[in-house]
Ligand binder design. Sequence first.
Ligand SMILES: Cc1ncc(COP(=O)(O)O)c(C=O)c1O
Length: 389
Amino acid sequence: MTLASGLDVGAHPLARYRNEFPIFRDQIYLNTCSLGALGDRTRRRLEEFLDLWQARGASAWYDVWWAALGELRERYARTIRAGPDEIALAPSISVAISAVAEALDYRSRPRVVVTSLDFPTVAYQWLAKRARGVELTVVESPDRISVPVEAIARVVDERTALVATSHVYFTSGAIQDIQAVAAAAHAKGALCLIDAYQSVGQVPVDAGASGVDFLTAGGLKWLLGGPGVVFLYVRAELARRLAPTIAGWFGHRDQFAFDPRTLSWHDDARRFELGTPSLAAVYAQLGGLDYIDEIGIPAIRRVTAALTEDLIDKARDRGFRPHVASRADERSAIVMLPAADPAAAVRHLATGGIIGDARPGHIRLSPFFYNVQDDYVAALERLATHVDH
Ligand SMILES: Cc1ncc(COP(=O)(O)O)c(C=O)c1O
């Protein structure tokens, strides 16, 4: 079928990559927003790491492994159009955000603003600091799909240190206008942190142009690198100015001096790094980025947007009422289908060889460039025999 976009969702140009993702040999995978599928290139990079470990032991650190860390910072930077000096590596989004949370001064600005749709690990950073006088304001969503930027702007004031929210909401797939959020924060002298875990890889991100101060994303989902490595973007000028208050030797500008008496930060975002990164995760992420970089995120977005729109239309035809943003340009490739018992529905999909996901009140399907129309048609057919929507 050819869509208005001119794209054939049955045999679109990126479907040629599908045979590099072995999970499709015997299953239909529609859950990239939880975990990207394992590709052959990712497996090969991981095997390369194991071979080096076996053959060279620690001697691989000082040339190839060190270079792999630099390569990853550079490639992450390119993915969001940032400079490599604006990227710190971290093991999880929670760690990346907590490094920022520990670098802010809350004395005259004790308030942090989040939204009710953000992944809760964002809010937890500041709930954990309540005893230190930090106040958390949670902006509600009127429709559980998105949060009007005006509602965020209304609560940001001269006592606000930070607005911390999502680019793509994991709860609805809606894309938030992060440029507008950053402007609302800056209008009152606050900073802006964006959790872009659900966006980087599936929708284009230009960190510099967006004006945000911090942005974090990583391998697990749309960058096809699996768990264990993420990045923290810190705007260059801030990266030189902010002093972290949790520390590790990777943040020290002369880490191999092994001097316990002084702590001199890197003069870039690496001051937010802590301890030894998981090299297996780094290699897996480099393999995942081989796909993303070869295809390019704009081309990925064209395909996933077409698949998403078609999935939504077909779901509606089958009587579902997808819980998604009202405008196509605000929708990403996360489609929420309301269901009375989503866990049972997802189990029903699984017994038919289809992997989706459940969230409270919803089945969650997330097509990526390796999916084709037949995948979600099969999922919807199977759900129609089971789900009370
Ligand atoms: C938007 C978003 N942020 C953060 C997380 C959790 O990140 P981490 O487990 O790396 O702290 C998730 C889920 O995996 C997520 O969807």
